[in-house]
Design a protein around this ligand. Structure first.
Ligand SMILES: NC(=O)c1ccc[n+]([C@@H]2O[C@H](COP(=O)([O-])OP(=O)(O)OC[C@H]3O[C@@H](n4cnc5c(N)ncnc54)[C@H](OP(=O)(O)O)[C@@H]3O)[C@@H](O)[C@H]2O)c1
Length: 246
């Protein structure tokens, strides 16, 4: 069968992005699994999709590297000629050894640049989904775990920068949705935050069971496919939504 829809999921070699890639796999969709360095993990995700009858390939690119991103988009253009779904999932800044400007370069500048490069490949009706956390989306109106403020600031700046492109999205008939989640159970980020600020993670758990990777990924994949365009989708953390002033 001919691929009729092409989806790119950034940072899909593990965690939430890998699950989004799996959930986007449908017979008429070719899923491109982007990764930064974990090629084997990315290949496993693509293999899993193919084993279930889906279509997938891997494409390595450090999103914060301008040249690598341009090469990735050029390859998508040459191979498929179009991009119907762009899921901006890759994120970072808590990595050991990351310099102080890295979070902003990756979570704001790189997201905007990737979108600018991808837009010419995206037909009317195509979707862009930006994945974020409640800790970032509501920043600085809510407290964040220790050490997370630079990430929250940069992801919030990325979301704002993409909203700033709304006129261009509208002109091209492209739908932009933000999917924001509470802390997601079982992820590496939660294990990292648990070590840095156990009280912050316990406080979220005591409010309600944390959403699972599958639940969050389902909302993200749904936003990339749905005929409805809610603009923003929240997953978990209903207390964030009722009291924005605290
Ligand atoms: N975890 C949570 O509790 C939570 C809650 C709400 C929202 N979110 C959001 O969900 C998204 C995914 O989170 P996660 O917990 O699944 O993350 P994760 O486990 O840290 O996975 C990060 C993924 O992004 C890739 N990546 C990292 N830096 C990259 C770069 N510079 N260029 C390209 N790819 C890069 C990694 O690839 P390699 O493996 O190749 O390095 C990996 O596939 C993020 O946007 C995050 O903010 C997470």
């Amino acid at each position: 069968m001919h691929d009729s829809r092409i989806a790119l999921v950034t940072g899909a070699s593990r965690g939430i992005g890998a699950e989004v890639a799996r959930q986007l796999a449908e017979p008429d969709t070719h899923v491109i699994v982007n990764y930064r360095e974990k090629v084997k993990r990315a290949q496993t995700v693509a293999d899993d999709i193919r084993a279930l009858g889906g279509r997938a390939s891997t494409l390595g690119a450090d999103i914060s590297d301008e040249t690598a991103v341009a090469a990735m988009i050029a390859e998508i253009g040459e191979r498929f000629g179009r991009l119907d779904m762009l899921v901006l999932n890759a994120s970072g800044g808590l990595e050991q050894g990351a310099d102080s400007g890295y979070a902003m370069r990756l979570n704001r500048d790189a997201q905007r640049r990737l979108v600018e490069l991808a837009l010419p490949l995206m037909p009317t009706g195509a979707r862009i989904v930006f994945v974020t956390s409640h800790q970032a989306h509501f920043y600085p109106h809510k407290a964040v775990p220790k050490g997370y403020a630079p990430i929250a600031l940069s992801k919030r700046a990325g979301e704002t920068a993409l909203h700033g492109m709304k006129h261009e999205f509208d002109r091209r008939g492209i739908h932009f949705t933000v999917v924001s989640g509470d802390m997601i159970d079982g992820t590496i980020i939660i294990r990292l935050l648990q070590r840095r600020d156990p009280d912050a993670v316990d406080a979220r758990r005591s409010f309600a069971p944390l959403p699972t990777v599958e639940e969050f990924a389902s909302a993200i994949a749904g936003a990339a496919r749905s005929p409805y365009h809610p603009g923003i989708v929240y997953v978990g953390g209903s207390d964030y939504l009722v009291d924005r002033s605290a």
